[in-house]
Write a protein that binds this ligand. Structure first.
Ligand SMILES: O=C(O)c1cc(C(=O)O)c2c(n1)C(=O)C(=O)c1cc(C(=O)O)[nH]c1-2
Length: 563
């Protein structure tokens, strides 16, 4: 399926014939960076031979003339057109006036909602499209139908759906209240789908705000052409052009807290292109800060002649970018544990199985202290990036769990030092971390840095190895109590406490990650973060194995007597 923007500007075009605003003046003077644009219309084709117009603008004659695929008479016939049908999204002059350019006894099908068909019907000038040749089809709402030309189906489907908007300007009824007589179906958006490839896109040239049903509909879309009429709600008033806000005209603005950039920010839409751009919009100045900000927010500014080959694009999108369902995402995270968690490491198997000397257990506890010491720093680093008070309030208890909150809570670090005490290690020496293996220190600092540098949700995901921790803690408590005379209940207090803390933390983090990793890229980043974290844990055990089982103790590291 091929989509082409015929006209990317709003009513009036760019430059507008009677406008002397800085944008129009620059465009009229042919200044670089102010590309002229015709009025709002798209063309779609599955084959490249037969075309469907989405809206028929007053510039249609010029738009057809500019595109060989639209202006060529098929099969060398004397009369005929590749344009087989037209779908209109509302009764605006800039969307229906061009129907008149399609006269000259050419068969055609015109699709519009009941409301818009009645507008066309009541304007007798459109009868120039002879009813015997030009079929007018009522387009239902919320129901996908096949798009046909005069000779049959064109291989594409359309679903029209009402969007928040306003009745056409020339039909406004000032006596009819604040909505000027607007009814459902006065403005619609379109979803066009190619059933053969499965590719689809949305076309919404007019929309006053993104309500919940519309958000839901657009979530995970491959491509959305969207209302880019104004940059600021008051921009026409500010420029002295017209005494109306964007809202009053039925158009959402690009910028601002209620604007479309903000509304789409947390949505998964692969490609977002503004169309229906008014001449007052500063994004039409290609060197403006507003243009740069819009592009930096991931939006493209549509232009006349812009083409998207949907099938190629969608195939790529589907392979790499379609997000997993929450269940699949969770399953991907959980699958990391059985493959890579450090309960599989031979050092742990020996430690829990009673195969280690007291000196080897001491070496493990001394090194593992570095991990304990880094965890609250890691959580503080995470919190420094969180703007949400509720999230900080939840996360801070992780720091309290480790650092303690005297007098009630001793803290995990203190409990860990009880273990190193009992193993005969000097507290000062343990806490100095002077005797720790270099690889231990590198690994734990890599974890802290990871949390500083990665996207916030990916940083949170790195703690999810804790999903796998309770079983290793249980195995450790039972194994060490059974196998080592120098270990008792008090010394195992750290792990006993983690049995309740870890599931609470992991459950919260998993929910947070599932809700906030909304693109496939972020989801993959989260799964990779859990793998990275397994590597952090595994590397520490490799280093212990090499030093204290194989006997290759690095210079400066803790060296028990007799080793
Ligand atoms: O003994 C273990 O096997 C183990 C593993 C992990 C882990 O999976 O990261 C943690 C802990 N213990 C632990 O006690 C702990 O407090 C902890 C915090 C975190 C974290 O990433 O925020 N992991 C772990």
């Amino acid at each position: 399926m091929l989509v082409r923007i015929l006209g990317s500007s709003a009513g009036g075009g760019f430059p507008q014939w009677n406008c002397g605003c800085p944008n129009c003046t620059a465009a009229k003077a042919g200044k670089l960076g102010f590309t002229p644009r015709t009025q709002s219309s798209l063309a779609v084709s599955r084959t490249g031979k037969e075309w469907v117009l989405l809206n028929a603008s007053p510039d249609l004659r010029q738009q057809i003339a500019a595109v060989p695929a639209l202006r060529t008479t098929p099969d060398g016939r004397l009369r005929g057109s590749p344009i087989k049908s037209v779908i209109v999204t509302n009764g605006d002059v800039d969307h229906i006036a061009g129907l008149i350019d399609l006269r000259e006894a050419e068969p055609l099908v015109v699709y519009a909602t009941d409301r818009v068909q009645s507008v066309i019907r009541s304007n007798s000038i459109f009868n120039i499209l002879a009813p015997s040749l030009v079929r007018r089809e009522i387009m239902p709402l919320e129901q996908e139908i096949a798009i046909s030309g005069p000779e049959g189906e064109l291989g594409l489907k359309v679903e029209a759906f009402a969007v928040p908007g306003k009745i056409a300007l020339y039909l406004e009824d000032c006596a009819a209240g604040p909505e000027f007589g607007t009814e459902t179906g006065d403005t619609v958006g379109l979803k066009i789908r190619d059933p053969e490839s499965g590719a689809s896109f949305f076309y919404i040239p007019g929309c006053s705000h993104l309500d919940a049903p519309l958000r839901e509909r657009l979530e995970n879309a491959a491509l959305v052409f969207f209302d880019g009429t104004l940059y600021r709600d008051t921009e026409m008033i500010d420029a002295g052009l017209l005494d109306k806000t964007g809202k009053r005209m039925g158009h959402i603005s690009i910028s601002g807290p209620e604007g479309s950039i903000a509304a789409f920010e947390d949505m998964n839409v692969a490609r977002k292109i503004y169309v229906h751009i008014n001449n007052s919009n500063p994004v039409l100045n290609e060197r403006s800060p507003e243009r740069a900000a819009t592009e930096a927010a991931g939006w493209e500014i549509g232009y006349d002649g812009m083409e998207v080959e949907m099938n190629e694009f969608v195939r790529k999108f589907e392979i790499t970018d379609a997000p997993w369902s929450q269940e699949e995402f969770e399953a991907q995270i959980r699958a990391v544990g059985p493959a890579r968690y450090h309960d599989l490491h031979p050092f742990h198997k020996a430690l829990h199985g009673g195969k280690m000397s007291k000196a080897q257990v001491a070496a493990w506890a001394l090194n593992r202290y570095c991990y304990q010491e880094a965890i609250p720093r890691k959580d503080a680093a995470f919190m420094s990036r969180v703007h949400d008070r509720d999230l900080r309030r939840e996360w801070i208890h992780r720091i309290h769990d480790h650092d303690g909150l005297p007098p009630e809570e001793l803290g995990g670090i203190e409990r860990w030092l009880k273990l190193t005490d009992c193993l005969g290690l000097d507290r000062e020496y343990v806490m100095s971390m002077q005797g720790a293996l270099p690889a231990t220190r590198f690994a734990v600092e890599a974890y802290v840095r990871f949390v500083v540098e990665q996207p916030l949700v990916v940083a949170a995901a790195s703690s999810l190895t804790e999903l796998f921790a309770p079983s290793i803690h249980r195995e450790r408590i039972a194994g060490m109590l059974a196998n080592y005379t120098f270990v008792n209940d008090e010394v195992m207090a750290y792990f006993k406490r983690r049995l309740s803390q870890a599931p609470r933390d992991a459950t919260f983090a998993l929910q947070f990650v599932k809700e906030n990793a909304r693109t496939r890229e972020l989801q993959q980043g989260c799964v990779d973060a859990v793998k990275f974290k397994c590597d952090v844990l595994w590397a520490q055990l490799d280093a212990l194995q090499l030093a204290y089982v194989d006997g290759l103790i690095p210079p400066g590291a803790y060296r028990p007597e007799g080793m």
